[in-house]
Design a protein. Sequence first.
Length: 296
Amino acid sequence: MNNLLLNAVDHYAQAHADAAGVAITPFDGLTIVRVTAPSELQHSIQKPLVCLVLQGVKHVAIGTQALSLSPGDSMLITADLPTASQIITASEQEPYLALALDLDLQVITDLTTAMEAAPVQAGVSVQTKPTEKEIATSALRMMELLARPESIPILQAQLVREMHYWLLVGQHGPAIRRLGWPDAHIRRVARAVSVLRTEYAKPLTVEQLAASAGMSPSSFFNHFRKITSLSPLQFQKQLRLIEARRLMLAEGSSASHAAFTVGYESASQFTREYRRMFGRPPAQDTQEVKRKTHTG
């Protein structure tokens, strides 16, 4: 089964992946990754998802956690979390291959309501487990559906529901099940994160974000930090810096233009915070990434 899935992912990625090795599929929430060389450290803020690693090795740091993902591992992320990741084993002959599916909170709620009560694992926002046979089978069925694009609108909902069911009854179940309760703190914080993701360039107060979560400011601040490992201000800052880096690398924006676009009022402050996060000042960082991309 794993060989069938690996071959299906490799075949699709070779045909559809962009220059970064990422293929956004017509199947909602399904992304394929194929990378043929070890990567630089990549910063992002992940949405809740499950990621199946099929080939190669990737290291992921989330807060104080350091994870190593190898073939046959699946990583579950149940909250919007800042990550620093790096592919360390990949080559032309054996590329890093992975499949990721965004978690659908409404599907989890529906399934949790329909299923008998089961333990909920509190406080776990990310974990890795060996990929179970049922999960791999569901993933293969999704990949097979990509070859029949006219069938995707008809069948994708039931395949997403099937994948979420096997996640809930499998090893990831206790961690994912808490997403099934709409009034859970993790779901309330997710509403505020949605606001931050869409309005990160605007000045936002803790009080505004707490109101969107339906919580008091003090309770919101504490739960936000516990779930995401960052304060709301730190979270917004990382969103701004990640988007600014994308603007410079993908669209050729100058550092000052990127800084003001994402909400900074001071170019010097932007440079300081950029260097603190990415290890190099903006111009040097983008030049170095482009040089390595060109020579690679």
